[in-house]
Design a binder for this molecule. Structure first.
Ligand SMILES: Nc1ncnc2c1ncn2[C@@H]1O[C@H](COP(=O)(O)OP(=O)(O)OP(=O)(O)O)[C@@H](O)[C@H]1O
Ligand SMILES: [Mg+2]
Length: 439
């Protein structure tokens, strides 16, 4: 069933239940009020009538008036349990029934039942003039019920009109609510079919607006991810093809005797070097794929940041010395970090080796603390990162003019993020590049 129909149905059901309860309450309350009102009126009439009951002057057409009013009026003597006086025109049977069956001891009797008919009874003492004599007024309930029915019917008409108006309003409101959802469904269908450029914004408000925003964000992220995957495959195949072609060229040359002696030896050297490069690329790609997946390749342990930096420095000192780069480090704040030691070292080494490669004369490493976070900063005094590279610096196979594979920083980022940290690149106060790892 459509959401709009469901909502309208739910509202209507709720409304009908509420209206029914209200109607039942009003129906019973109304009868009580009318009976009470009738009793009050009987009391009033009784008081007036008792004034000229025993006077000889009976108004003209009195009996006619009584029958028109459907009013039974008589004087009752309680001590002898008898009717003392009654109008001639009355239905005597009813009066005798009353004398016989009416329970005078019970004070509160809203209605008196005679057979299947109901009556409102009012008893007025004519005391002190006539001891034990009471004026009894009885009127049938039919009139009251008739009034109640008329009143109730009108109420029902008002209720029905109300329900109709509310159903129309609910329909309009739910339509307003459901339309953005329907439109959102179409946008999701487009995402499913990967038609990212056709995805349109949907006008909505409240929580639906938030969902709509999430859907758009998801589409953008998915599109970006698919693009990067596509680029990754293109770059990867290109990276693998170049060394393979070189290897093929030399191998065929040697086999066909085109390269001989020294040339053949050089060719073999190139083949070995290219195979080494291929192996490195493939290993790095496998590592990235593993870091991407949820595979259990990440084994965390506790290690001091200073230890990690020392290991990285120990491993890079030979390269730095060879390139005449001064490698300094300073630990301002030390702390234990919970990471995969081997992988984190790899992440730091990738950045450090880049820094040594690009530095003019020095590379500086610093560990410090900033609001509960441990910062590892690596600065160099080189030419800095090419601003065109900056936005995609950490993506796979992105490299500058003097770069190598372009996988180093992508691996560093994957490892740091897997360790719940962040990595960023900026300009160094030393003139070159600065990389900041926050853990
Ligand atoms: N300290 C730095 N100074 C200037 N440019 C840098 C620095 N570090 C990285 N870059 C630039 O960023 C690019 C990407 O670096 P990345 O480490 O990802 O790849 P790479 O060094 O080219 O290859 P490899 O995969 O072997 O590390 C580099 O090619 C280089 O142009
Ligand atoms: Mg590198």
């Amino acid at each position: 069933m459509r959401l709009q129909t469901q909502l309208t149905l739910a509202f209507t059901t709720l409304l009908v239940i509420t209206m029914t309860i209200v109607s039942i309450t009003i129906h019973s309350l109304l009868l009580n009020v009318l009976i009470q009102n009738e009793k009050d009126q009987l009391q009033e009439k009784g008081k007036i009538l008792s004034q000229f009951l025993f006077s000889e002057v009976v108004p003209n057409n009195f009996s006619h008036w009584l029958s028109e009013e459907e009013l039974y009026l008589f004087v009752y003597n309680r001590s002898v349990d008898r009717v003392a006086l009654h109008s001639r025109s009355l239905d005597l049977e009813l009066i005798y029934d009353w004398v016989e069956r009416y329970d005078l001891t019970e004070q509160e009797q809203p209605l008196w039942f005679d057979g299947d008919k109901q009556y409102v009874v009012s008893i007025i003492s004519i005391y002190p003039e006539l001891l034990d004599q009471e004026l009894v007024l009885i009127t049938p309930l039919d009139d009251i019920q008739e009034i109640q029915q008329i009143f109730f019917n009108r109420l029902m008409i008002i209720f029905l009109i109300g329900i109709l108006v509310i159903i129309i309003l609910t329909h309009y409101l739910t339509h307003h609510l459901v339309t953005p959802l329907t439109q959102l469904k179409y946008q999701l269908k487009k995402i499913e079919k990967r038609q990212f450029n056709d995805v349109k914004r949907v006008k909505a408000s409240g929580e639906i607006k938030e969902v709509e925003k999430s859907v758009v964000d998801m589409a953008t992220e998915l599109q970006r991810y698919m693009k990067s995957q596509q680029q990754f495959f293109q770059n990867a195949s290109h990276e693998l093809k170049t060394p393979l072609m070189t290897i093929q060229g030399y191998a065929e040359g040697i086999k066909d005797g085109i390269f001989q002696d020294e040339e053949s030896d050089r060719g073999l050297e190139v083949i070995v070097a290219e195979i080494g490069r291929l192996k490195k690329i493939i290993n790095e790609m496998i590592l990235l794929a593993k870091l991407d997946s949820n595979e259990n390749v990440y084994h965390e342990e506790n290690i001091y940041m200073s230890q990690l930096v020392q290991s990285a420095v120990d491993r890079t000192i030979p390269i730095a010395t060879e390139q005449q780069i001064a490698l300094n480090h300073r630990i301002l704040n030390d702390a234990v970090i919970h990471v995969d030691q081997e992988k984190m070292l790899q992440a730091v080494l990738n950045i450090l080796i880049n820094a040594i490669r690009h530095a003019k004369s020095q590379v500086y490493i610093e560990v410090s603390k900033q609001n509960d976070h441990l910062l590892l900063i690596i600065d160099d005094d080189g030419e800095g990162i090419d601003s065109a590279l900056m936005p995609q610096l950490f993506e796979r196979f992105i490299r500058g003019k003097d770069g190598e594979t372009g996988l180093g920083l992508a691996i560093s980022r994957a490892i740091v993020e897997r360790s719940h940290g962040t990595i960023r690149a900026e300009h160094s106060p030393m003139g070159g590049a600065r990389f900041v790892i926050t853990l």
